[in-house]
Design a protein around this ligand. Structure first.
Ligand code: PLP
Length: 336
C-alpha cells in the first residue's frame, strides 16, 4: 500500500489568513501582494515593486474605492439597501467593483458605460446584477466627447428619486478608499519607499496613496502618468487614446497638485508593449494602464538610479482584456 502523503502545505499560502476572517466576500478586498520586478529591472540596479492589485476580488484596485464610497454613504445615513438605487458612470473597473459591493450588500445598481471599454468589464457588471446603459463610442475609442455624453446620461438618471450617484470623479470617498493601499505599501516596505508612480483616471488611487505616503514622509515622491495623445494634466489638449480607465480628457477634480511631484507622459504603444513584456517576462498579467505605469517607472529609474525603491500599482488583471487586441490572439493548431 502506498504511503505517499499527497497533502502539501505551502508556507506562502494565504489560507490561514482567510480562514481567520469572518463576514463576507467584502473582507477579501485589499491586502494585496507586493512583489519585485526581476528581469525588466535587471540592467538598472533599481528596485521596482509591483502592488498586485489584480488580487482584489473583481481583479482591480477599484474594489477598495467602491467599498469606501458605499460604506461612507451608509455611515452618513444617505443610503440603505432596498430603498436606494446606486448610480454611476464608469469605464468598467469601478462598475465591476460597485457591482460586487452592491451584490453583497443588496443594492440595486444602474451603470452608464460605453462600448469603448472591454466587454469583460461590462459582462462582469451584468453578471453581478447591475443594470447597464451603453453610450456608443466612435470606433471603440475614448474620444474627448465620450465622457461628457456619458456624464450627461448619468446626471439624468441620478435625478430620479431614490437614487444615489457615487460620482467617483468628485467623491473624496474614492481617494479615501485608496488610502488602504498606501497603508499597505508603508507596512510592506517598512516605510522604505522613495516614489509611487500611477496613471490617473479619477486620481483616486494617486491621491489616496499620496496622502498616506506623504503624511509618513513628505519626501516620498508621487509621479502621475498620462498618455501623450491626451496629456491634459501636463497642459496639453484632450485627445484620443485606447488606455482604458485613464486620461478621460479633463483634469480630474480630485487631483491635488500639491501631492504630485511630477507628471510622466507615455506613448500608448510603449504601454501596450510593456503589458506584454510584463506577462511574458515577469508573469505579471495586467492591463494597459499597468504597462503605462511600468514604462513611467522604468524611465524614472533610468533618470534617477539612486532614487531608491519605486512602487507601482499593477492596476488590474489581463483577464479583463482578453476580448481586446492588447494580447496576441493565439494561432491554435487543432489536431495535427
Ligand atoms: C484600468 C484602470 N487603470 C487606471 C485607472 C485610474 O485609477 P484612478 O481612477 O484611481 O485614477 C482606472 C480607473 O478607472 C482604471 O480602470
Amino acid at each position: 500500500m502506498s504511503t505517499v502523503d499527497h497533502t502539501w502545505s505551502d508556507p506562502r499560502s494565504r489560507a490561514t489568513e482567510y480562514r481567520a476572517r469572518s463576514g463576507s466576500a467584502l473582507d477579501t478586498i485589499g491586502n494585496t501582494p507586493l512583489v519585485p520586478m526581476t528581469r525588466l529591472t535587471a540592467d538598472t540596479g533599481v528596485t521596482i515593486l509591483l502592488k498586485l492589485e489584480y488580487f482584489n476580488p473583481t481583479g482591480s484596485y477599484k474594489d477598495r474605492m467602491a467599498l469606501a464610497m458605499v460604506e461612507q454613504a451608509e455611515r452618513r445615513g444617505e443610503i440603505t439597501p432596498g430603498s436606494t438605487t446606486i448610480v454611476e458612470y464608469t469605464g468598467g473597473s469601478t462598475g465591476s467593483s460597485l457591482s460586487f459591493v452592491c451584490a453583497v450588500k443588496g443594492y440595486r445598481l444602474l451603470i452608464v458605460t460605453s462600448d469603448a471599454f472591454s466587454e469583460e468589464k461590462i459582462r462582469t457588471m451584468t453578471s453581478m446584477g447591475a443594470e447597464v446603459v451603453i453610450e456608443p463610442s466612435v470606433g471603440g475609442k475614448i474620444t474627448p466627447d465620450l465622457m461628457p455624453r456619458i456624464i450627461d446620461r448619468t446626471r439624468k438618471l441620478a435625478e430620479q428619486p431614490g437614487t444615489y450617484w457615487t460620482d467617483q470623479f468628485n467623491n473624496p470617498d474614492n481617494a479615501l478608499g485608496q488610502q488602504t493601499m498606501g497603508q499597505e505599501i508603508l507596512a510592506q516596505t517598512e516605510g522604505r519607499v522613495a516614489a509611487f508612480v500611477a496613471s490617473v483616471g479619477t486620481a483616486g488611487c494617486a491621491m489616496g496613496v499620496a496622502t498616506v505616503l506623504k503624511a509618513h514622509d513628505r519626501a516620498i515622491e508621487v509621479h502621475v502618468v498620462e498618455p501623450d495623445t491626451s496629456a491634459v494634466i501636463s497642459g496639453g489638449p484632450a485627445g484620443t487614446h485606447g488606455i482604458e480607465g485613464i486620461a478621460l480628457g479633463f483634469v480630474p477634480p480630485l487631483l491635488d497638485r500639491e501631492l504630485v511631484d511630477d507628471v510622466i507622459v507615455v506613448d500608448e504603444a510603449d504601454a501596450r508593449a510593456m503589458a506584454n513584456r510584463l506577462a511574458t517576462e515577469e508573469g505579471i498579467f495586467a492591463g494597459t494602464s499597468t504597462g503605462a505605469n511600468v514604462v513611467a517607472a522604468l524611465r524614472l529609474a533610468a533618470a534617477r538610479p539612486d532614487l531608491g525603491t519605486i512602487v507601482v500599482p499593477a492596476v488590474d488583471s489581463g483577464l479583463k482584456y482578453i476580448s481586446t487586441d492588447l494580447y496576441p490572439k493565439p494561432s491554435l493548431t487543432i489536431g495535427n
